[in-house]
Write a protein that binds this ligand. Structure first.
Ligand SMILES: NC(=O)c1ccc[n+]([C@@H]2O[C@H](COP(=O)([O-])OP(=O)(O)OC[C@H]3O[C@@H](n4cnc5c(N)ncnc54)[C@H](O)[C@@H]3O)[C@@H](O)[C@H]2O)c1
Length: 200
């Protein structure tokens, strides 16, 4: 209760000082850094993708990506080589070129060093999400990473700062927000059907 009251008190002080959300956000970013909100990186005609983590979730991503025109799966990586082999078959069974295979605990580091990519798609266990996303952006790639992208607020900010510094998009692959009910509700909000929304 006390921390809740403290929060409300602080929130009251902030609002009386007219401190806006962007101000709070900017307080956490490096001075003068680029803000990715609203930014769209230049169009890429053929998107070269690598998928890291081919357990339960990864092969489905490989399957979906293999249907997308303008998308080339150039590399696959998992700690276990047999999982890479299995996912490779998903690609080759569609008549597409076999991606380069990487395996082992640190195979993903070699992948980032050796491959010319546009997007790194990460489906590994949680602990790897932040370091792999950051390394992939620093290597010059956009990132799509399974949930959750970070386990601490500090790591969340590391991801944001890296994205801002590199101007690489980094998307956490939350998907429930795109379900029917959520999209319908958002649409109704945007059309003003609920009047002024003060809390959600
Ligand atoms: N968005 C969603 O709806 C949704 C649903 C399920 C799972 N997920 C998320 O997807 C992620 C993967 O889930 P999963 O069920 O496929 O897990 P999983 O354990 O089946 O697969 C993870 C894979 O990563 C591999 N891996 C581990 N360390 C590695 C390393 N150093 N280098 C390369 N590969 C490595 C493992 O060998 C394994 O094959 C999780 O973070 C999970 O939270 C998201």
């Amino acid at each position: 209760m006390d921390s809740r009251r403290d929060f409300l008190k602080k929130a009251g002080i902030l609002s009386s000082l007219a401190v806006s959300l962007p101000t709070l956000v900017n307080a956490n970013t490096a001075a003068g850094s680029f803000n990715m909100c609203g930014y769209a990186a230049p169009k890429i005609d053929k998107v070269r993708v690598a998928v890291i983590g081919l357990g339960m979730r990864g092969p489905g991503a490989v399957e979906r990506l293999s249907f997308i025109e303008g998308c080339e799966i150039v590399a696959l990586c998992d700690k276990h080589p047999d999982r890479v082999e299995r996912a490779t078959k998903i690609v080759t069974s569609k008549g597409l070129t076999a991606p380069k295979a990487y395996s082992g605990e640190d195979g993903w580091k070699s992948l980032l060093k050796e491959e010319k990519l546009d997007l790194v798609y990460i489906c590994t266990p949680w602990d790897y999400h932040t370091p792999m996303s950051i390394a992939a952006m620093k290597a010059g790639n956009h990132v799509a990473c399974e949930v959750p992208i970070a386990l601490t607020i500090k790591d969340c900010w590391e991801v944001v700062k890296t994205s801002e510094a590199t101007k690489k998009h980094c998307m956490m692959l939350e998907n429930c927000c795109y379900d029917f009910f959520e999209m319908l509700t958002l649409n109704m909000v945007r059309q003003g059907l609920f009047g002024e929304l003060v809390h959600a």
